[in-house]
Design a protein around this ligand. Sequence first.
Ligand code: ATP
Length: 234
Amino acid sequence: MLEVNGLRVTYGGIQAVRGITFHVNEGEMVALIGANGAGKSSTLRALARLLDPAGGNVRYRGQEIQRLPPHRLVEQGIALVPEGRGVFPRMSCVENLRMGAYSRNDLNEIERDLEHVLGHFPRLKERAQQLAGTLSGGEQQMLAIGRALMSRPKLLLLDEPSMGLAPIMVQKIFQVICAVAAEGMTILLVEQNAKLALEVSQRGYVMESGEITVTDEASKLLADPKVRAAYLGE
Ligand code: ATP
């Protein structure tokens, strides 16, 4: 579904992503793990076209997309849940969710999807009319995921969904991510919580200083002594 070849991201003179190559198959959940500053978010932002890659080639379902504008990617089925969530604080939960469907005009289907998303997140249903800015961090994360789902993506790019959240909230959010994956969604998951990310993914890539240094099935990475020492706190 997604083939990334030699992707590079630079900020002025800094090379944040140094020509990485990886892929995500249809229906897979793939984890991109690594320390702070390894280049994971820059990779996702380049894939979602929130920044211009300095080089490389990105193919999505066979089509080159590295020059398409972000809104075209949403129309084609790629949705990013950004680091920091980026909800619209002065809009209600439901208004935020509807914003996720701005590129669609199938009104009946949008209503159905809204119910489906609220079914995944009963907390948001209870707070449907509450302003997003007044929600807790975990609820905002739910909202950001829900908003992305409202575009009916085929490929979901998740940037650090566990960041800054209490363990109980992380657990709830990952339950929904797994439920969405079980419905057939293809997911690229960027996480600093490597253990959690690898436990729910089929495959993983380890990023260090802008490069992919290790890749394998997630279960093998979880058992790899070097990965355990460097990323699983052992
Ligand atoms: P984190 O988990 O902290 O977000 P990351 O693996 O996602 O880490 P990136 O945020 O992609 O890493 O950062 C990769 C490198 O690029 C870092 O050295 C970072 O300081 C640098 N960087 C990121 N954004 C910018 C920017 N807007 N301007 C300059 N340098 C940046």
